[in-house]
Design a protein. Structure first.
Length: 133
C-alpha cells in the first residue's frame, strides 16, 4: 500500500504457515495469521465488477499512481497435473475520486483490459495484518 513499507508474505499451504518480511525486517511473530488467512481468501476470490476497454481514461489515470500493488508467486501446474515451476502475477489497484465518490480500478500485468472493483473488495485487501485490535 502507498503509505506502508513493502511487505513480503510467504504462505506454505502444506503446513499452513506464514512468513512476513516488512521492509527487510522479519515480522512473522507479529503477523495476525487469521487476518492473513482472510486476506488470502479475499485475494484468491477477487472478482471484477466490470471489465473495461484498454484505453479507459479513468482507469489509466488511477493505475498510473496506484494505491497498492500485490505481487504473487504462484505454482504453475502443467497439462498432466504436475508442478511446472512458478510464475509471478502482479495486481495493481488504483483509485480516482469523482463527485466525492472513490472509484477503484485494477489491472493484472500482461493483461490488456483493466477492471473496476468494489470498495468492499479493496478494503478487504487493505487490512492491517499486524494490528491486534
Amino acid at each position: 500500500q502507498r503509505d506502508r513499507p513493502p511487505l513480503t508474505l510467504s504462505y506454505k499451504s502444506n503446513t499452513e504457515t506464514w512468513k512476513a518480511i516488512e521492509d527487510g525486517v522479519d515480522r512473522t511473530a507479529e503477523l495476525a495469521t487469521d487476518r492473513a488467512n482472510r486476506f488470502l481468501l479475499h485475494l484468491t476470490g477477487l472478482k471484477a465488477r466490470s471489465w473495461l476497454r484498454p484505453d479507459h481514461a479513468a482507469a489509466r489515470k488511477a493505475l498510473a499512481d496506484p494505491d497498492m500493488v500485490i505481487s504473487i508467486q504462484a505454482t504453475v501446474i502443467d497439462d498432466q497435473g504436475e508442478d511446472a515451476g512458478f510464475e509471478w502475477k502482479h495486481l495493481t489497484i488504483g483509485s480516482v475520486t469523482v463527485r466525492d465518490k472513490r472509484i477503484y480500478y485494477g489491472s493484472v500485468k500482461g493483461e490488456a483490459n483493466p477492471f473496476s472493483l468494489s470498495i468492499e473488495s479493496v478494503e478487504l485487501l487493505a487490512v492491517d495484518l499486524f494490528s491486534l485490535d
